[in-house]
Design a protein around this ligand. Structure first.
Ligand code: SF4
Ligand code: SF4
Length: 585
Protein backbone atom coordinates (compact mmCIF):
# COMPACT_ATOMS: atom_id res chain seq x y z
CA UNK A 1 0.00 0.00 0.00
CA UNK A 2 1.23 3.53 -0.75
CA UNK A 3 1.76 5.66 2.36
CA UNK A 4 1.11 9.34 2.99
CA UNK A 5 3.87 10.49 0.64
CA UNK A 6 2.34 8.23 -2.00
CA UNK A 7 5.07 5.58 -1.79
CA UNK A 8 4.81 2.27 0.06
CA UNK A 9 7.47 1.44 2.63
CA UNK A 10 8.67 -1.48 0.50
CA UNK A 11 8.87 0.63 -2.65
CA UNK A 12 10.80 3.29 -0.76
CA UNK A 13 13.27 0.68 0.54
CA UNK A 14 13.79 -0.75 -2.95
CA UNK A 15 14.39 2.71 -4.41
CA UNK A 16 16.80 3.68 -1.63
CA UNK A 17 18.69 0.42 -2.06
CA UNK A 18 18.85 1.01 -5.80
CA UNK A 19 20.17 4.55 -5.47
CA UNK A 20 22.81 3.66 -2.90
CA UNK A 21 23.84 0.13 -3.75
CA UNK A 22 24.47 -0.08 -7.50
CA UNK A 23 27.76 -1.71 -8.47
CA UNK A 24 29.95 -0.06 -11.08
CA UNK A 25 29.22 -2.87 -13.54
CA UNK A 26 25.47 -2.43 -13.05
CA UNK A 27 25.75 1.33 -13.65
CA UNK A 28 27.66 0.66 -16.87
CA UNK A 29 25.11 -1.88 -18.10
CA UNK A 30 22.15 0.34 -17.18
CA UNK A 31 23.67 3.36 -18.89
CA UNK A 32 25.09 1.74 -22.02
CA UNK A 33 22.08 0.33 -23.88
CA UNK A 34 21.27 2.26 -27.09
CA UNK A 35 18.31 0.03 -27.99
CA UNK A 36 19.91 -1.16 -31.20
CA UNK A 37 18.02 -4.48 -31.01
CA UNK A 38 21.07 -6.58 -31.88
CA UNK A 39 20.42 -8.79 -28.87
CA UNK A 40 16.74 -9.45 -29.60
CA UNK A 41 17.18 -12.78 -31.36
CA UNK A 42 19.52 -13.99 -28.63
CA UNK A 43 16.70 -14.35 -26.18
CA UNK A 44 14.57 -17.49 -26.19
CA UNK A 45 11.68 -15.56 -24.59
CA UNK A 46 11.55 -13.20 -27.57
CA UNK A 47 12.31 -15.86 -30.20
CA UNK A 48 9.48 -18.10 -29.02
CA UNK A 49 6.85 -15.39 -28.50
CA UNK A 50 7.76 -12.52 -30.84
CA UNK A 51 6.56 -10.25 -28.05
CA UNK A 52 8.47 -6.93 -28.11
CA UNK A 53 8.19 -6.77 -24.32
CA UNK A 54 10.31 -9.92 -24.17
CA UNK A 55 13.38 -8.41 -25.84
CA UNK A 56 16.31 -8.04 -23.43
CA UNK A 57 16.27 -4.25 -23.77
CA UNK A 58 12.54 -3.99 -23.04
CA UNK A 59 12.91 -6.17 -19.97
CA UNK A 60 15.89 -4.30 -18.58
CA UNK A 61 14.13 -1.01 -19.37
CA UNK A 62 11.79 -1.78 -16.47
CA UNK A 63 14.85 -1.43 -14.22
CA UNK A 64 16.45 1.26 -16.39
CA UNK A 65 13.49 3.59 -15.83
CA UNK A 66 14.48 3.64 -12.18
CA UNK A 67 18.08 4.35 -13.11
CA UNK A 68 17.03 7.24 -15.31
CA UNK A 69 14.76 8.69 -12.67
CA UNK A 70 17.14 8.48 -9.72
CA UNK A 71 20.73 8.19 -10.99
CA UNK A 72 21.07 9.59 -14.52
CA UNK A 73 21.95 13.32 -14.26
CA UNK A 74 19.56 14.40 -17.02
CA UNK A 75 16.80 12.19 -15.68
CA UNK A 76 17.07 13.75 -12.27
CA UNK A 77 16.30 17.13 -13.86
CA UNK A 78 13.67 16.02 -16.39
CA UNK A 79 12.77 12.36 -15.79
CA UNK A 80 9.84 12.24 -18.20
CA UNK A 81 12.07 13.47 -21.03
CA UNK A 82 14.41 10.46 -20.74
CA UNK A 83 11.68 7.97 -19.89
CA UNK A 84 12.48 7.73 -16.19
CA UNK A 85 9.96 6.69 -13.57
CA UNK A 86 10.05 5.41 -10.03
CA UNK A 87 8.37 2.69 -7.98
CA UNK A 88 5.52 3.82 -5.76
CA UNK A 89 3.28 0.93 -4.79
CA UNK A 90 3.52 -2.73 -3.91
CA UNK A 91 1.76 -3.41 -7.22
CA UNK A 92 4.71 -1.72 -8.95
CA UNK A 93 7.03 -4.08 -7.09
CA UNK A 94 4.98 -7.12 -8.06
CA UNK A 95 5.04 -6.03 -11.71
CA UNK A 96 8.81 -5.69 -11.54
CA UNK A 97 9.05 -9.09 -9.82
CA UNK A 98 7.15 -10.61 -12.73
CA UNK A 99 9.72 -9.23 -15.18
CA UNK A 100 12.97 -9.91 -13.35
CA UNK A 101 11.98 -13.34 -12.01
CA UNK A 102 9.46 -14.49 -14.59
CA UNK A 103 10.87 -13.41 -17.95
CA UNK A 104 14.63 -13.91 -17.74
CA UNK A 105 16.67 -16.97 -16.77
CA UNK A 106 19.80 -14.82 -16.43
CA UNK A 107 21.39 -16.97 -19.15
CA UNK A 108 23.60 -14.09 -20.45
CA UNK A 109 23.18 -15.09 -24.10
CA UNK A 110 22.12 -11.55 -25.01
CA UNK A 111 25.32 -10.14 -23.54
CA UNK A 112 27.34 -11.97 -26.20
CA UNK A 113 25.41 -10.11 -28.93
CA UNK A 114 25.67 -6.68 -27.38
CA UNK A 115 28.38 -4.42 -28.81
CA UNK A 116 28.52 -2.65 -25.45
CA UNK A 117 28.56 -5.78 -23.33
CA UNK A 118 25.36 -4.90 -21.48
CA UNK A 119 25.01 -7.55 -18.79
CA UNK A 120 21.28 -8.17 -18.64
CA UNK A 121 21.64 -10.93 -16.05
CA UNK A 122 23.45 -8.55 -13.72
CA UNK A 123 20.67 -5.98 -14.06
CA UNK A 124 18.08 -8.66 -13.32
CA UNK A 125 20.02 -9.96 -10.33
CA UNK A 126 20.44 -6.45 -8.94
CA UNK A 127 16.68 -5.87 -9.09
CA UNK A 128 15.93 -9.34 -7.73
CA UNK A 129 18.15 -8.67 -4.73
CA UNK A 130 16.35 -5.44 -3.86
CA UNK A 131 12.91 -7.01 -4.28
CA UNK A 132 13.83 -10.18 -2.38
CA UNK A 133 15.02 -8.11 0.58
CA UNK A 134 11.49 -6.69 0.79
CA UNK A 135 9.83 -10.11 0.50
CA UNK A 136 8.91 -9.79 -3.19
CA UNK A 137 10.05 -13.08 -4.73
CA UNK A 138 8.38 -16.27 -5.99
CA UNK A 139 7.30 -18.58 -3.17
CA UNK A 140 9.64 -21.37 -4.29
CA UNK A 141 12.65 -19.06 -4.17
CA UNK A 142 11.73 -18.07 -0.62
CA UNK A 143 11.31 -21.71 0.48
CA UNK A 144 14.60 -22.83 -1.03
CA UNK A 145 16.49 -19.83 0.35
CA UNK A 146 15.05 -20.47 3.81
CA UNK A 147 16.18 -24.10 3.65
CA UNK A 148 19.67 -23.03 2.64
CA UNK A 149 19.82 -20.57 5.54
CA UNK A 150 18.35 -22.88 8.16
CA UNK A 151 19.28 -26.42 7.07
CA UNK A 152 22.27 -25.74 4.84
CA UNK A 153 20.91 -27.21 1.62
CA UNK A 154 18.26 -26.25 -0.89
CA UNK A 155 16.08 -29.34 -0.57
CA UNK A 156 15.79 -29.37 3.19
CA UNK A 157 17.62 -32.72 3.52
CA UNK A 158 18.37 -33.44 7.19
CA UNK A 159 21.91 -34.49 8.06
CA UNK A 160 20.52 -37.87 9.13
CA UNK A 161 18.90 -38.43 5.71
CA UNK A 162 22.05 -37.27 3.96
CA UNK A 163 24.30 -39.68 5.86
CA UNK A 164 21.78 -42.53 5.47
CA UNK A 165 21.71 -41.94 1.72
CA UNK A 166 25.51 -41.98 1.49
CA UNK A 167 25.57 -45.20 3.50
CA UNK A 168 23.02 -46.74 1.15
CA UNK A 169 24.95 -45.51 -1.88
CA UNK A 170 28.12 -47.07 -0.51
CA UNK A 171 26.33 -50.44 -0.46
CA UNK A 172 25.20 -49.80 -4.04
CA UNK A 173 28.77 -48.93 -5.05
CA UNK A 174 30.09 -52.16 -3.54
CA UNK A 175 27.50 -54.12 -5.50
CA UNK A 176 28.24 -52.23 -8.72
CA UNK A 177 32.03 -52.65 -8.63
CA UNK A 178 32.02 -56.01 -6.88
CA UNK A 179 34.36 -54.87 -4.13
CA UNK A 180 33.19 -55.18 -0.50
CA UNK A 181 35.82 -52.61 0.53
CA UNK A 182 34.73 -49.82 -1.85
CA UNK A 183 34.02 -46.69 0.16
CA UNK A 184 32.23 -43.37 0.08
CA UNK A 185 34.36 -41.75 2.79
CA UNK A 186 32.89 -38.99 4.94
CA UNK A 187 34.97 -36.22 6.52
CA UNK A 188 38.26 -37.93 5.74
CA UNK A 189 40.96 -35.57 6.95
CA UNK A 190 43.69 -34.72 4.45
CA UNK A 191 41.86 -36.35 1.50
CA UNK A 192 43.03 -35.14 -1.90
CA UNK A 193 39.49 -34.41 -3.15
CA UNK A 194 36.48 -32.98 -1.29
CA UNK A 195 33.38 -33.62 -3.42
CA UNK A 196 30.42 -31.21 -3.23
CA UNK A 197 27.09 -32.18 -4.76
CA UNK A 198 23.71 -30.81 -5.77
CA UNK A 199 21.05 -31.86 -3.20
CA UNK A 200 19.01 -33.27 -6.07
CA UNK A 201 21.64 -36.04 -6.15
CA UNK A 202 20.90 -36.95 -2.55
CA UNK A 203 17.15 -36.54 -2.70
CA UNK A 204 15.99 -37.54 -6.17
CA UNK A 205 18.86 -38.52 -8.47
CA UNK A 206 21.30 -40.73 -6.57
CA UNK A 207 22.41 -42.43 -9.79
CA UNK A 208 24.63 -39.49 -10.69
CA UNK A 209 26.34 -39.56 -7.29
CA UNK A 210 26.68 -43.33 -7.63
CA UNK A 211 28.26 -42.78 -11.05
CA UNK A 212 30.70 -40.25 -9.54
CA UNK A 213 31.59 -42.65 -6.72
CA UNK A 214 32.24 -45.35 -9.29
CA UNK A 215 34.53 -43.02 -11.25
CA UNK A 216 36.48 -42.03 -8.12
CA UNK A 217 36.78 -45.72 -7.27
CA UNK A 218 38.02 -46.63 -10.75
CA UNK A 219 40.55 -43.79 -10.69
CA UNK A 220 41.82 -44.86 -7.26
CA UNK A 221 41.13 -41.37 -5.95
CA UNK A 222 41.70 -40.37 -2.33
CA UNK A 223 38.37 -38.58 -1.89
CA UNK A 224 35.77 -37.69 0.68
CA UNK A 225 32.32 -36.21 1.05
CA UNK A 226 31.82 -33.60 3.78
CA UNK A 227 29.25 -34.25 6.52
CA UNK A 228 28.23 -30.57 6.42
CA UNK A 229 28.63 -27.88 3.76
CA UNK A 230 28.04 -30.43 1.01
CA UNK A 231 25.47 -28.45 -1.09
CA UNK A 232 27.25 -26.84 -4.04
CA UNK A 233 24.14 -24.91 -5.13
CA UNK A 234 23.57 -21.34 -4.07
CA UNK A 235 20.24 -19.53 -4.34
CA UNK A 236 22.02 -16.31 -3.43
CA UNK A 237 23.11 -16.21 -7.08
CA UNK A 238 19.50 -16.33 -8.27
CA UNK A 239 17.84 -14.18 -5.59
CA UNK A 240 20.49 -11.48 -5.54
CA UNK A 241 21.06 -12.07 -1.82
CA UNK A 242 24.82 -11.79 -1.40
CA UNK A 243 24.56 -12.67 2.29
CA UNK A 244 22.96 -16.02 1.46
CA UNK A 245 25.59 -16.45 -1.26
CA UNK A 246 28.35 -15.90 1.31
CA UNK A 247 26.67 -18.18 3.86
CA UNK A 248 26.46 -21.13 1.44
CA UNK A 249 30.03 -20.62 0.27
CA UNK A 250 31.35 -20.44 3.81
CA UNK A 251 29.62 -23.69 4.83
CA UNK A 252 31.66 -25.52 2.20
CA UNK A 253 34.89 -23.55 2.56
CA UNK A 254 34.98 -23.93 6.37
CA UNK A 255 34.58 -27.69 6.09
CA UNK A 256 37.26 -27.88 3.39
CA UNK A 257 39.67 -25.90 5.59
CA UNK A 258 38.83 -27.97 8.66
CA UNK A 259 39.52 -31.24 6.83
CA UNK A 260 42.70 -29.93 5.19
CA UNK A 261 41.77 -31.35 1.79
CA UNK A 262 43.85 -30.93 -1.38
CA UNK A 263 41.15 -29.52 -3.67
CA UNK A 264 37.40 -29.05 -3.92
CA UNK A 265 35.67 -30.81 -6.81
CA UNK A 266 32.18 -29.57 -7.70
CA UNK A 267 29.73 -32.06 -9.20
CA UNK A 268 27.84 -31.33 -12.41
CA UNK A 269 25.85 -28.22 -11.58
CA UNK A 270 26.27 -25.10 -13.72
CA UNK A 271 25.30 -22.43 -11.25
CA UNK A 272 26.75 -24.46 -8.37
CA UNK A 273 30.14 -24.40 -10.05
CA UNK A 274 29.95 -20.72 -10.91
CA UNK A 275 28.75 -19.73 -7.44
CA UNK A 276 31.13 -21.93 -5.46
CA UNK A 277 34.26 -21.29 -7.51
CA UNK A 278 33.85 -17.73 -8.73
CA UNK A 279 31.18 -15.77 -6.88
CA UNK A 280 30.94 -16.96 -3.28
CA UNK A 281 34.63 -16.36 -2.41
CA UNK A 282 33.94 -12.67 -3.16
CA UNK A 283 30.62 -12.56 -1.32
CA UNK A 284 32.25 -14.30 1.68
CA UNK A 285 35.44 -12.22 1.36
CA UNK A 286 37.49 -15.40 1.50
CA UNK A 287 41.02 -15.96 0.21
CA UNK A 288 40.91 -19.73 -0.06
CA UNK A 289 43.95 -21.96 0.46
CA UNK A 290 42.77 -24.72 -1.90
CA UNK A 291 41.90 -24.88 -5.63
CA UNK A 292 38.41 -25.68 -6.90
CA UNK A 293 37.43 -27.40 -10.14
CA UNK A 294 34.49 -28.94 -11.94
CA UNK A 295 34.11 -32.73 -11.86
CA UNK A 296 34.29 -32.51 -15.67
CA UNK A 297 37.88 -31.26 -15.39
CA UNK A 298 38.68 -34.00 -12.89
CA UNK A 299 37.34 -36.71 -15.20
CA UNK A 300 39.32 -35.34 -18.17
CA UNK A 301 42.49 -35.49 -16.07
CA UNK A 302 41.76 -39.11 -15.11
CA UNK A 303 41.38 -40.10 -18.77
CA UNK A 304 44.46 -38.16 -19.88
CA UNK A 305 46.61 -39.71 -17.18
CA UNK A 306 45.38 -43.24 -17.84
CA UNK A 307 43.50 -43.54 -14.55
CA UNK A 308 40.24 -44.27 -16.39
CA UNK A 309 39.74 -46.55 -19.37
CA UNK A 310 36.54 -45.98 -21.32
CA UNK A 311 34.72 -48.18 -23.81
CA UNK A 312 32.37 -46.10 -26.00
CA UNK A 313 30.50 -49.17 -27.22
CA UNK A 314 28.74 -49.12 -23.85
CA UNK A 315 26.73 -46.12 -25.15
CA UNK A 316 25.99 -47.00 -28.81
CA UNK A 317 22.91 -44.78 -29.38
CA UNK A 318 23.26 -41.20 -30.74
CA UNK A 319 23.71 -38.63 -28.01
CA UNK A 320 23.81 -34.83 -28.10
CA UNK A 321 25.06 -32.33 -25.53
CA UNK A 322 23.33 -29.33 -24.01
CA UNK A 323 25.83 -26.68 -22.81
CA UNK A 324 24.66 -25.28 -19.45
CA UNK A 325 24.73 -21.46 -19.58
CA UNK A 326 26.67 -21.10 -16.35
CA UNK A 327 29.37 -23.52 -17.49
CA UNK A 328 29.73 -22.51 -21.15
CA UNK A 329 29.04 -18.77 -21.11
CA UNK A 330 30.00 -17.84 -17.57
CA UNK A 331 32.83 -20.27 -16.86
CA UNK A 332 34.30 -21.22 -20.27
CA UNK A 333 33.83 -24.98 -19.76
CA UNK A 334 32.95 -26.22 -23.24
CA UNK A 335 35.55 -28.75 -24.40
CA UNK A 336 35.74 -31.02 -21.34
CA UNK A 337 32.20 -32.40 -21.79
CA UNK A 338 32.84 -33.08 -25.48
CA UNK A 339 36.15 -34.77 -24.70
CA UNK A 340 34.35 -37.10 -22.28
CA UNK A 341 31.30 -37.80 -24.43
CA UNK A 342 33.38 -38.61 -27.51
CA UNK A 343 35.26 -41.21 -25.47
CA UNK A 344 32.16 -42.61 -23.74
CA UNK A 345 29.66 -42.72 -26.63
CA UNK A 346 29.88 -44.07 -30.18
CA UNK A 347 27.72 -41.42 -31.87
CA UNK A 348 28.11 -37.89 -30.48
CA UNK A 349 26.17 -35.17 -32.31
CA UNK A 350 26.49 -31.43 -31.81
CA UNK A 351 23.45 -29.31 -31.14
CA UNK A 352 23.26 -26.12 -33.21
CA UNK A 353 24.13 -23.54 -32.01
CA UNK A 354 26.40 -24.80 -29.27
CA UNK A 355 29.06 -23.91 -26.71
CA UNK A 356 28.76 -20.23 -25.68
CA UNK A 357 26.02 -19.76 -28.30
CA UNK A 358 23.76 -22.45 -26.88
CA UNK A 359 20.22 -21.60 -25.78
CA UNK A 360 19.20 -21.89 -22.15
CA UNK A 361 17.42 -25.06 -20.98
CA UNK A 362 14.79 -22.57 -19.72
CA UNK A 363 15.33 -23.76 -16.15
CA UNK A 364 18.13 -21.31 -15.34
CA UNK A 365 18.08 -18.46 -12.85
CA UNK A 366 16.14 -20.56 -10.33
CA UNK A 367 13.22 -20.96 -12.78
CA UNK A 368 12.60 -24.59 -11.79
CA UNK A 369 11.54 -23.45 -8.32
CA UNK A 370 9.06 -20.87 -9.70
CA UNK A 371 5.97 -22.94 -10.45
CA UNK A 372 3.91 -19.80 -11.14
CA UNK A 373 5.91 -19.33 -14.35
CA UNK A 374 5.90 -22.98 -15.47
CA UNK A 375 3.57 -22.43 -18.43
CA UNK A 376 5.56 -19.42 -19.66
CA UNK A 377 8.77 -21.41 -19.27
CA UNK A 378 7.42 -24.31 -21.29
CA UNK A 379 6.12 -22.04 -24.03
CA UNK A 380 9.51 -20.43 -24.62
CA UNK A 381 11.17 -23.85 -24.37
CA UNK A 382 10.07 -24.50 -27.97
CA UNK A 383 13.43 -23.01 -29.03
CA UNK A 384 15.34 -25.63 -27.06
CA UNK A 385 12.97 -28.40 -28.16
CA UNK A 386 13.63 -27.55 -31.83
CA UNK A 387 17.38 -27.66 -31.20
CA UNK A 388 17.20 -31.12 -29.62
CA UNK A 389 14.83 -32.49 -32.27
CA UNK A 390 17.10 -31.37 -35.10
CA UNK A 391 20.00 -33.50 -33.82
CA UNK A 392 18.11 -36.77 -34.20
CA UNK A 393 19.82 -37.90 -30.99
CA UNK A 394 18.22 -40.56 -28.86
CA UNK A 395 19.49 -39.15 -25.59
CA UNK A 396 20.62 -35.79 -24.25
CA UNK A 397 23.67 -35.30 -22.06
CA UNK A 398 24.25 -32.23 -19.98
CA UNK A 399 26.50 -31.24 -17.09
CA UNK A 400 24.02 -29.64 -14.73
CA UNK A 401 21.28 -31.02 -12.52
CA UNK A 402 19.20 -27.91 -12.99
CA UNK A 403 19.44 -28.36 -16.77
CA UNK A 404 18.43 -32.03 -16.39
CA UNK A 405 15.20 -30.88 -14.74
CA UNK A 406 14.58 -28.06 -17.23
CA UNK A 407 15.23 -30.35 -20.21
CA UNK A 408 13.18 -33.22 -18.76
CA UNK A 409 10.17 -30.92 -18.46
CA UNK A 410 10.40 -29.59 -22.01
CA UNK A 411 11.14 -33.06 -23.43
CA UNK A 412 7.92 -34.23 -21.83
CA UNK A 413 5.96 -31.18 -22.93
CA UNK A 414 7.12 -31.39 -26.56
CA UNK A 415 6.95 -35.21 -26.62
CA UNK A 416 10.56 -35.67 -27.72
CA UNK A 417 10.84 -39.04 -25.99
CA UNK A 418 14.56 -38.88 -25.20
CA UNK A 419 16.15 -39.39 -21.79
CA UNK A 420 18.46 -36.76 -20.32
CA UNK A 421 21.41 -37.59 -18.07
CA UNK A 422 24.53 -36.08 -16.64
CA UNK A 423 27.88 -36.71 -18.29
CA UNK A 424 29.28 -38.72 -15.39
CA UNK A 425 26.51 -41.27 -15.96
CA UNK A 426 27.64 -41.86 -19.56
CA UNK A 427 31.26 -42.04 -18.36
CA UNK A 428 30.38 -44.49 -15.59
CA UNK A 429 28.53 -46.71 -18.09
CA UNK A 430 31.64 -46.75 -20.28
CA UNK A 431 34.11 -47.54 -17.49
CA UNK A 432 36.25 -50.60 -18.03
CA UNK A 433 36.57 -52.22 -14.62
CA UNK A 434 38.07 -55.55 -13.52
CA UNK A 435 35.56 -58.38 -13.29
CA UNK A 436 33.53 -58.09 -10.05
CA UNK A 437 34.75 -60.10 -7.09
CA UNK A 438 31.23 -60.38 -5.68
CA UNK A 439 27.94 -60.98 -7.47
CA UNK A 440 25.57 -58.04 -7.99
CA UNK A 441 22.54 -58.27 -5.72
CA UNK A 442 19.03 -58.39 -7.16
CA UNK A 443 17.50 -54.95 -7.60
CA UNK A 444 15.31 -55.51 -4.54
CA UNK A 445 17.47 -57.48 -2.07
CA UNK A 446 16.21 -60.34 0.06
CA UNK A 447 15.97 -58.18 3.18
CA UNK A 448 13.30 -56.02 1.58
CA UNK A 449 11.16 -58.80 0.11
CA UNK A 450 7.64 -58.81 1.45
CA UNK A 451 7.57 -55.03 1.96
CA UNK A 452 4.18 -53.64 1.03
CA UNK A 453 3.83 -51.00 -1.71
CA UNK A 454 0.57 -49.18 -2.37
CA UNK A 455 0.28 -48.16 -6.05
CA UNK A 456 -2.14 -45.24 -6.62
CA UNK A 457 -2.74 -44.55 -10.30
CA UNK A 458 -5.88 -43.97 -12.35
CA UNK A 459 -4.44 -45.71 -15.43
CA UNK A 460 -5.28 -49.46 -15.16
CA UNK A 461 -2.39 -50.41 -17.48
CA UNK A 462 0.10 -48.58 -15.28
CA UNK A 463 -1.31 -50.24 -12.17
CA UNK A 464 -0.93 -53.69 -13.75
CA UNK A 465 2.56 -52.89 -14.99
CA UNK A 466 3.76 -51.55 -11.63
CA UNK A 467 2.20 -54.22 -9.45
CA UNK A 468 3.57 -56.98 -11.70
CA UNK A 469 7.04 -55.45 -11.74
CA UNK A 470 7.09 -55.09 -7.95
CA UNK A 471 5.65 -58.53 -7.29
CA UNK A 472 8.31 -60.05 -9.55
CA UNK A 473 10.87 -58.49 -7.19
CA UNK A 474 9.26 -60.08 -4.14
CA UNK A 475 7.34 -57.03 -2.96
CA UNK A 476 3.73 -57.18 -1.82
CA UNK A 477 1.41 -54.75 -3.57
CA UNK A 478 -1.93 -53.06 -3.00
CA UNK A 479 -3.61 -51.14 -5.83
CA UNK A 480 -5.84 -48.06 -5.80
CA UNK A 481 -7.29 -46.39 -8.89
CA UNK A 482 -8.23 -42.96 -7.59
CA UNK A 483 -7.60 -40.56 -4.73
CA UNK A 484 -10.39 -41.81 -2.47
CA UNK A 485 -9.38 -45.45 -2.88
CA UNK A 486 -5.77 -44.47 -2.31
CA UNK A 487 -6.46 -42.68 0.98
CA UNK A 488 -8.60 -45.57 2.20
CA UNK A 489 -5.96 -48.16 1.25
CA UNK A 490 -3.20 -46.13 2.93
CA UNK A 491 -5.22 -46.24 6.14
CA UNK A 492 -6.20 -49.91 6.03
CA UNK A 493 -3.16 -51.55 4.39
CA UNK A 494 -0.50 -49.41 6.15
CA UNK A 495 2.00 -49.84 3.30
CA UNK A 496 5.76 -49.42 3.70
CA UNK A 497 5.78 -47.12 0.65
CA UNK A 498 3.31 -45.44 -1.70
CA UNK A 499 3.80 -44.74 -5.41
CA UNK A 500 1.49 -41.87 -6.34
CA UNK A 501 0.32 -40.55 -9.69
CA UNK A 502 -0.30 -36.79 -9.90
CA UNK A 503 -2.89 -36.43 -12.67
CA UNK A 504 -6.02 -38.26 -11.63
CA UNK A 505 -9.65 -37.37 -12.22
CA UNK A 506 -11.35 -35.74 -9.26
CA UNK A 507 -8.93 -35.14 -6.43
CA UNK A 508 -5.37 -34.85 -7.74
CA UNK A 509 -2.34 -36.76 -6.54
CA UNK A 510 -0.95 -33.49 -5.19
CA UNK A 511 -3.99 -33.21 -2.95
CA UNK A 512 -3.62 -36.84 -1.84
CA UNK A 513 0.02 -36.13 -1.05
CA UNK A 514 -0.83 -33.10 1.07
CA UNK A 515 -3.47 -35.12 2.97
CA UNK A 516 -1.07 -38.00 3.56
CA UNK A 517 1.61 -35.69 4.88
CA UNK A 518 -0.85 -33.88 7.15
CA UNK A 519 -2.30 -37.05 8.67
CA UNK A 520 -0.55 -37.91 11.92
CA UNK A 521 -0.93 -41.66 11.30
CA UNK A 522 0.17 -41.66 7.66
CA UNK A 523 2.67 -38.82 7.50
CA UNK A 524 5.75 -41.01 7.83
CA UNK A 525 4.89 -43.41 5.00
CA UNK A 526 7.40 -42.65 2.22
CA UNK A 527 5.82 -41.39 -1.01
CA UNK A 528 7.42 -41.67 -4.45
CA UNK A 529 5.70 -39.61 -7.15
CA UNK A 530 5.37 -41.50 -10.46
CA UNK A 531 3.87 -39.10 -12.95
CA UNK A 532 3.43 -38.16 -16.56
CA UNK A 533 2.50 -34.61 -15.55
CA UNK A 534 4.95 -31.73 -15.63
CA UNK A 535 3.44 -29.57 -12.93
CA UNK A 536 4.75 -31.75 -10.11
CA UNK A 537 7.70 -29.50 -9.29
CA UNK A 538 5.46 -27.42 -7.06
CA UNK A 539 5.64 -30.31 -4.58
CA UNK A 540 9.42 -30.01 -4.53
CA UNK A 541 9.69 -26.27 -4.11
CA UNK A 542 6.45 -24.71 -2.93
CA UNK A 543 5.93 -26.92 0.04
CA UNK A 544 4.36 -26.46 3.40
CA UNK A 545 4.93 -30.15 4.22
CA UNK A 546 8.07 -32.28 3.76
CA UNK A 547 8.63 -32.99 0.04
CA UNK A 548 8.09 -36.45 -1.51
CA UNK A 549 10.80 -39.06 -1.01
CA UNK A 550 11.27 -39.64 -4.72
CA UNK A 551 10.16 -38.47 -8.18
CA UNK A 552 9.97 -40.50 -11.36
CA UNK A 553 8.62 -39.45 -14.70
CA UNK A 554 6.63 -41.67 -17.03
CA UNK A 555 7.32 -43.55 -19.21
CA UNK A 556 8.65 -45.62 -16.35
CA UNK A 557 12.25 -46.77 -16.43
CA UNK A 558 11.92 -50.07 -14.48
CA UNK A 559 15.54 -50.13 -13.28
CA UNK A 560 15.38 -46.52 -12.09
CA UNK A 561 12.06 -47.16 -10.40
CA UNK A 562 13.35 -50.21 -8.52
CA UNK A 563 16.55 -48.41 -7.56
CA UNK A 564 14.54 -45.49 -6.19
CA UNK A 565 12.14 -47.72 -4.25
CA UNK A 566 15.04 -49.70 -2.89
CA UNK A 567 16.79 -46.56 -1.71
CA UNK A 568 13.68 -45.18 -0.04
CA UNK A 569 12.81 -48.51 1.62
CA UNK A 570 16.36 -49.11 2.85
CA UNK A 571 16.87 -45.60 4.17
CA UNK A 572 13.52 -45.72 5.96
CA UNK A 573 14.31 -49.20 7.33
CA UNK A 574 17.60 -47.94 8.79
CA UNK A 575 15.87 -44.92 10.32
CA UNK A 576 13.35 -47.25 12.00
CA UNK A 577 16.10 -49.49 13.37
CA UNK A 578 17.94 -46.46 14.73
CA UNK A 579 14.82 -44.99 16.33
CA UNK A 580 13.77 -48.35 17.82
CA UNK A 581 17.17 -49.37 19.19
CA UNK A 582 18.78 -45.97 19.59
CA UNK A 583 21.84 -47.50 17.94
CA UNK A 584 23.55 -46.93 14.65
CA UNK A 585 23.25 -49.73 12.12
S1 SF4 B 1 19.82 -13.11 -20.03
FE1 SF4 B 1 18.96 -14.73 -21.34
S2 SF4 B 1 16.79 -14.89 -20.74
FE2 SF4 B 1 17.58 -12.93 -19.93
S3 SF4 B 1 17.09 -11.43 -21.51
FE3 SF4 B 1 19.18 -12.15 -21.94
S4 SF4 B 1 18.92 -13.84 -23.40
FE4 SF4 B 1 16.90 -13.44 -22.46
S1 SF4 C 1 22.49 -5.21 -28.05
FE1 SF4 C 1 23.10 -4.06 -26.21
S2 SF4 C 1 22.76 -1.94 -26.76
FE2 SF4 C 1 21.63 -3.14 -28.28
S3 SF4 C 1 19.54 -3.36 -27.42
FE3 SF4 C 1 20.69 -5.13 -26.72
S4 SF4 C 1 21.48 -4.53 -24.69
FE4 SF4 C 1 20.87 -2.63 -25.77
Amino acid sequence: MASGNNQSASARAVVEGFKNGLSRQAVLSLGACVHCGMCNDSCHYYLATGDPLMTPAAKTDRVRKLFKYHVDWLGRVAPAWVGGSTLRTDEDLRALEDVVYGSCTMCRRCTLSCPFGVDTALIMRTARGLLTAQGFAPEGVKVVSKDQWEIGNQMGVSQEDYLETLDWLQDELRGEVGDPDAMIPIDKEGAHVLFLVNPREIKYAPMSLLAAAKIFYAAGEDWTMPSVGWDNTNFGLFSGDNKLGAHMGKLAYDQAKKLGIGKVVISECGHGFRATKWEAPNWAKEDLPFPMESFLETMVEYVNTGRLTLDPTANPRPVTYHDPCNLARSAGITEEPRFLLKRSCLDFREMTPNRQENYCCTGGGGAMSMSEYAQRRLKVASVKADQIRATGAESVATACHNCVDGLADLIKHYELKVPVRNICEYVADALVLPAPAIAREALIPAGLRGRKVLVIDDDPDTVVYLTTLLQDQGLETVAAHNAAEGMAAARTARPDLITLDISMPGRSGADVFARLRSDAELARIPVVIVTGAIDFRELMYKRNVPPPDGFLQKPIDPELLLMTLRKVLEVRHRECVVSETGAAV
